[in-house]
Design a protein around this ligand. Structure first.
Ligand code: ADP
Ligand code: ZN
Length: 650
């Protein structure tokens, strides 16, 4: 780390890295171990670290900076929470967690309280009295983790507070969550994040850990540069989320397709449905509600109080379907979201992956399902073309869109392509639509050439371009009024593709637009034009392989089988016998009550998997509970007796 600054007292880094410094603790306070493993067990009730968690935690406790790239649901929180607890126990003071997720801070802090960790948040939802009380706790050192919004962290007042802590050697760590917000290449750019360099400049000796689930090479490099993390350890996890099944279907009647999908696979499950526009969100939420589903809308046009209320209901109630724009979801850590749908195509793979990643954080089977059609391609291309951004930026965005189009058009394993995008090689997954039911492929090269020559001839004859419908009519030899009016039935290409269905030609056009061999002029009524890339297709140098179009509006039907089947109930609970199931249900009602009393989502009290494990072992004593994953010391103390009572009453 370059810039000089007061280093904390030769810090308990080495050689006694994980021993508590007794001098800093009053004699009355029991000494607690600062070793990562014992914190993992004692506080969180987990036996093992996942993936690179342990290496990250040790690196940060030792005072190193870190950049952590982990998929959504990978377990990023523990990567800074355990170092925060350890460094607090080592007498090094508080950890400041910078996060843009103001609406979630209350629950995040609540979850830490449940685990017995002193935490607080500072953001615009607190009034000045409340904020003042938090600041008092902060200066007394009564807090282990403080969550704060970036615009708060960089105020002179807050920096002044940090100065005082720092002078006393009581500033242990900065955790910068959702670090991709610092990059304009990420999909959640927040200008306030740029100001965070002040942390490094002002407190050079305080370690920083930056975390994100967005990790294409460009964004990653940008994060490193913007946050000056050149010397940080980089920890990149596998981005695979094996429990998520990816399916992309051709768009016919998107609303109906969605409804059928939910009915077929996800009755009663919690899920998120992403739409492009606020208007569409409202329509789809209404449609689902009319069909008897528990659906709520969420978009930036709704009143903030309504938004918060819908979010709270989604987190606290079971089986809510949230229909939302991308304004919804960052940081949502509800573990049992069983499906994420996209009714419109997102802008790029990062966005798609982050959004779909909100499904199945608990590791149980979940679905990522998208409908995609010609209009999506046209819209996304147009949005880039029409944006006021510079040409360089547009080029990058086009490249990112192309990668997503490639994924949508793919006839091979979707996961292999997704992971490849994040720089990982893998084998066909057997848990995506293409693996489970390899699509029939047909050679669309001939149809492509016929379409392209028609676009060319029409332009030559009339001096203007025409839209997709008209071009397809000519190729198929349909003598519509418009065709006759322009004399296009006399073109040499009129009817040369009569053997193709409209759906087939639409598929070919979509792919031609996707690969840039046809341009759509959005300023001239979405008319089609040839491009430089058209030539290679016309000459037969490029072949066009297409998925066979499906005719059923509901998409391919699929049988649900065995363990790989998405949408089934969590396997831990499903495996219970009748008594176990009764205990599980009783525990769930008990949990719902506690959650309501504490004004927290139920999963913050215990995960389903924890309740299922309790129901399964039918515990007789606190000792029986001790080994259950998800029960730490604090929860054992607070809830152990109650859990025993509820579990044995059935
Ligand atoms: P992320 O922030 O990376 O999306 P979270 O930190 O929310 O993921 O973790 C996802 C889920 O995995 C949480 O429910 C968390 O309790 C659980 N989890 C994380 N680490 C472990 C572990 N080592 N053992 C068991 N469960 C874990
Ligand atoms: Zn696959």
């Amino acid at each position: 780390m370059p810039a000089p600054g007061p280093r904390p007292p030769a810090d308990a880094r080495r050689p006694h890295r994980f021993q508590v410094n007794p001098a800093r603790f009053p004699a009355s306070r029991p000494l607690k171990s600062a070793s990562p493993q014992s914190i993992l067990q004692e506080v969180f009730g987990y036996d093992h670290f996942r993936g690179p968690q342990q290496a990250i935690v040790e690196h940060v406790i030792g005072g190193g900076d870190a950049l952590v790239l982990m998929p959504t649901g990978g377990g990023k929180s523990l990567c800074y929470q355990i170092p925060a607890i350890a460094r607090q126990r080592l007498g090094q003071g508080i950890t400041v967690v910078v996060s843009p997720l103001i609406a979630l801070m209350h629950d995040q802090v609540g979850a830490l309280h449940e685990a017995g960790v002193e935490a607080a948040f500072l953001n615009s939802t607190l009034d000045s009295d409340e904020a003042w009380r938090v600041e008092q706790r902060l200066s007394r050192g009564d807090i282990t983790l403080l969550y704060a919004a970036p615009e708060r962290v960089t105020t002179p007042r807050f920096l002044g507070l940090l100065d005082k802590l720092h002078e006393r050697g009581q500033l242990a760590l900065f955790a910068i969550d959702e670090a991709h917000c610092v990059s304009q290449w990420g999909h959640d750019f927040r200008p306030e994040y740029r100001a965070l360099t002040v942390l490094h400049e002002r407190f050079a000796s305080v370690p920083r850990i930056a975390l994100t689930a967005t990790a294409d090479a460009l964004t990653r490099a940008d994060i490193v540069e913007r946050l000056q993390l050149q010397d940080a350890g980089q920890f990149v996890s596998s981005f695979d989320r094996p429990n998520i099944r990816y399916t992309i279907v051709e768009k016919k009647d998107a609303s109906l397709q969605l409804l059928r999908f939910i009915e077929r696979e996800h009755t009663g499950d919690a899920g998120v449905v992403y739409c492009q526009s606020r208007k569409r969100v409202e329509e789809v939420a209404q449609m689902l509600a009319n069909e008897g589903l528990n659906a709520l809308p969420y978009h930036a046009g709704l009143d903030a109080a309504v938004r918060q209320q819908h979010q709270d209901r989604f987190l606290r109630e079971e089986g809510i379907v949230m229909v939302a724009t991308i304004a919804f979801g960052m940081g949502i850590d509800k573990p049992d979201v069983r499906f994420v749908c996209h009714l419109d195509m997102p802008k790029n793979i990062e966005g798609y992956y982050q959004e779909t990643g909100r499904a199945g954080r608990d590791g149980e089977p979940a679905n990522a399902w998208m409908t995609y059609g010609l209009q999506d391609v046209v819209n996304q291309r147009r949005m880039i073309d029409e944006s006021p951004a510079g040409e360089e930026f547009k080029q990058v965005m086009r490249g990112k869109l192309d990668a997503l189009l490639g994924l949508a058009e793919a006839t091979d394993c979707r996961r292999v392509r997704l992971l490849k995008y994040f720089g990982e090689d893998s084998q066909p997954c057997m848990n995506c639509d293409n693996c489970l039911k390899p699509p029939a492929v047909w050679d669309g090269t001939d149809a492509a050439r016929k379409l392209l020559s028609t676009i060319y001839r029409v332009q030559q004859r009339s001096g203007i371009g025409f839209g997709t419908g008209h071009i397809m009519d000519i190729v198929r030899g349909k003598k519509t009024e418009k065709v006759a009016q322009h004399g296009h039935d006399t073109l040499s290409t009129f009817g040369i593709g009569a053997e193709y269905s409209e759906a087939q030609l639409r598929g070919v056009l979509r792919q031609l637009i996707a690969i840039g061999a046809v341009a759509v002029d959005s300023e001239a009524f979405n008319t089609l034009a040839l491009t430089d890339a058209s030539r290679a297709v016309l000459k037969g140098e490029v072949t066009v392989q297409l998925r066979e179009s499906v005719s059923q509006p509901a998409g391919r039907s699929r049988t649900r089988t065995g363990s790989g089947s998405a949408g089934s109930k969590p396997s831990a609970a499903a495996a219970l016998d009748a008594d176990g199931q009764r205990r599980f249900d009783a525990l769930k009602s008990w949990r719902a009550e506690v959650a309501r009393e504490h004004n927290l989502p139920a999963y913050v009290i215990f995960h389903d998997a924890t309740l299922a494990a309790i129901a399964d072992i039918a515990p007789q004593s606190l000792d029986d509970l001790r080994g259950v994953s998800g029960i730490g010391e604090k929860k054992l103390q607070a809830y152990g007796e109650e859990v025993l009572r509820v579990a044995s009453a059935v």
